[in-house]
Design a protein around this ligand. Structure first.
Ligand code: SF4
Length: 364
């Protein structure tokens, strides 16, 4: 494998949760007694990439804040980090937040992403979350006292969710002083409790579209600029780590189910904690032998709603129907998705790829 010329990203999947939420298909287990073994395995694996400098680290999960600040510190100390490294920790709302946040900040964590999901108690119960709205708000308030860079996750398409719920949540985030919001559409995934017993009062497609468009509008009104289909930030607070994914930059993934793009290949770690703990080096399988194709770049770059992809006036005629329909916009140099386009991004991106291929236009 070739050594990267510039710093890359490090994703660390922490596969522990106190309890599984009813909609979740991320890989995690409730065996929190295994965190110490996990930390040893994570360190062992990060050390195999000892010649790499990382300029972003993202602890995702699972619930990374189930690791103690000491354990997070141990992991960070074994990686070679750039001086201005963005280091994000995903956390769940917690009543003892301020003390814990102080300790996490001492380890080098400088960005916190909190899994709020909803500020409606009834909805949180339906989702199987362990927190209520009050704890979520208190946790956010504690986070902004300690960190400059705080994000919240918000789900849309939830049972009984109204436009008013969305507006209230985003306004609350703005008042507390957050500078980033990530949104997730509820999807009923196979092998989840929701798959067997779907909740009542799920919004239909039109309603989800309305909720999404209202999210974009309310976020913008409150100073959060949309920079990706599902992400909004105050200027300068866009997630550096996640932007690597959409800009097709390299990153290493550590931990069961983590994905990597490194050495000209995309690969993933087996979704098996036992295997991760016992293997001298994490077992991976290739997910893409030849990543970085023009099609893949169009697909990922178009998700970035402010920069999009390069285009040319010669293509305008072919793209015009999508512009007239309100799905795309262009300044003749860059082509970007509108909020309406984001809602149907998969078919629109498919059409754009086909136009570019037929015109033999190299957008790179
Ligand atoms: S949604 Fe988050 S907290 Fe809930 S089970 Fe999934 S990873 Fe764990």
């Amino acid at each position: 494998m070739s050594k990267p010329q510039k710093p890359i990203g490090l994703y660390i999947h922490v596969p522990f949760c106190k309890r599984k939420c009813r909609y979740c298909d991320f890989y995690s287990v409730t065996r929190t007694d295994l965190t110490e073994d996990y930390v040893k395995a994570a360190i062992r694996n990060i050390k195999t990439y000892g010649d790499i400098i990382f300029d972003t680290v993202y602890f995702g999960g699972g619930t990374p804040s189930l690791l103690s600040p000491n354990q997070i510190g141990e992991i960070l100390r074994c990686a070679d980090l750039a001086a201005d490294c963005e280091i994000t920790l995903e956390c769940n709302p917690n009543s003892a937040a301020e003390e814990i946040f102080k300790s996490f900040a001492e380890t080098g964590i400088n960005r916190i992403s909190i899994g709020v999901q909803s500020l409606c108690d009834e909805t949180l119960l339906t989702l199987g979350r362990l927190h209520n709205a009050e704890t979520a708000v208190k946790t956010l308030m504690a986070a902004v006292k300690i960190f400059k860079n705080v994000s919240a996750d918000l789900m849309i398409g939830l049972p009984g969710q109204t436009v008013y719920d969305i507006q209230t949540s985003i306004k609350t985030f703005a008042e507390i002083g957050l500078n980033h919001i990530s949104i997730y559409m509820l999807k009923i995934e196979a092998d989840t409790p929701f798959y067997k017993n779907p909740p009542e009062d799920l919004p239909d497609e039109d309603r989800v579209a309305e909720l999404y468009l209202e999210t974009v509008k309310t976020a913008e009104e409150n100073g959060f600029c949309q920079y990706e289909i599902s992400n909004f930030a105050k200027p300068g607070y866009e997630s550096k780590h996640n932007t690597k994914y959409w800009e097709c930059n390299e990153y290493i993934g550590i931990g069961p189910s983590a994905h990597s793009y490194y050495g000209g290949k995309r690969f993933a770690v087996k979704r098996d904690l036992g295997d991760f703990l016992n293997a001298p080096v994490q077992n991976t399988y290739i997910t893409d032998e030849n990543p970085g194709s023009a099609d893949e770049r169009i697909m990922l770059n178009l998700r970035l709603t402010q920069t999009g992809i390069k285009t040319a006036p010669a293509l305008t005629e072919k793209i015009l129907p999508f512009i007239k329909a309100g799905f795309l916009k262009t300044d003749n140099e860059r082509l970007t998705l509108t909020p309406q386009g984001c809602l149907v991004s998969n078919p629109i991106i498919g059409e754009i790829i086909s136009i570019f291929e037929k015109s033999n236009f190299d957008n790179l």
